[in-house]
Design a protein. Structure first.
Length: 151
């Protein structure tokens, strides 16, 4: 090992001490900023814990599409696996949309139909009506209804 010149060793030690002091300052600033951020989050939440429920989550928005039902089925005799589906997404008034995907061997066709008060101006398939009815039942029950299978 080569002996270091005394001034070089002093410079290395002084540089290391400077980096250490600078690191401590950066860490102190970070701790102060995190504390301020935590206080700001707590005051924004009304002094409650950061994971408290928001007012919107308590069911106050009646236009939210929160009543959902999915019906899976075989659209064609020669197709198995219930790959076709109709999904109804409704709000508390029974307004929303019903989405249908018909899966065949070589193609898939998708349809979207508007729903108002549980009915549609466009003719509904039995599976689409079943999905809407299940979503409406979940609205009345106040809970989600599991997906049912047609046929």
């Amino acid at each position: 090992m080569l002996p270091l010149d005394r001034t070089v060793a002093d410079l290395v030690a002084l540089s290391a001490a400077g980096v250490a002091v600078l690191s401590l300052l950066v860490a102190a600033v970070a701790v102060i900023r995190v504390g301020r951020l935590r206080r700001a989050l707590l005051s924004a939440g009304g002094g409650t814990a950061p994971r408290a429920e928001l007012p919107v989550a308590d069911g106050g928005d009646t236009h939210a599409l929160r009543h959902v039902s999915v019906v899976r089925y075989d659209a064609f005799q020669d197709m198995g696996g219930r790959m076709s589906f109709s999904a109804a997404l409704l709000d508390d008034a029974g307004d929303g949309i019903v989405l249908t995907a018909i899966n065949g061997r070589s193609e898939t066709r998708s349809y979207a139909k508007g729903v108002s008060a549980g009915t549609s101006d466009i003719a509904l398939s039995p599976e689409e009506q079943q999905a809407i009815d299940a979503a409406l039942r979940s609205r009345r029950a106040g809970a989600a209804v599991p997906a049912r299978r047609a046929g």
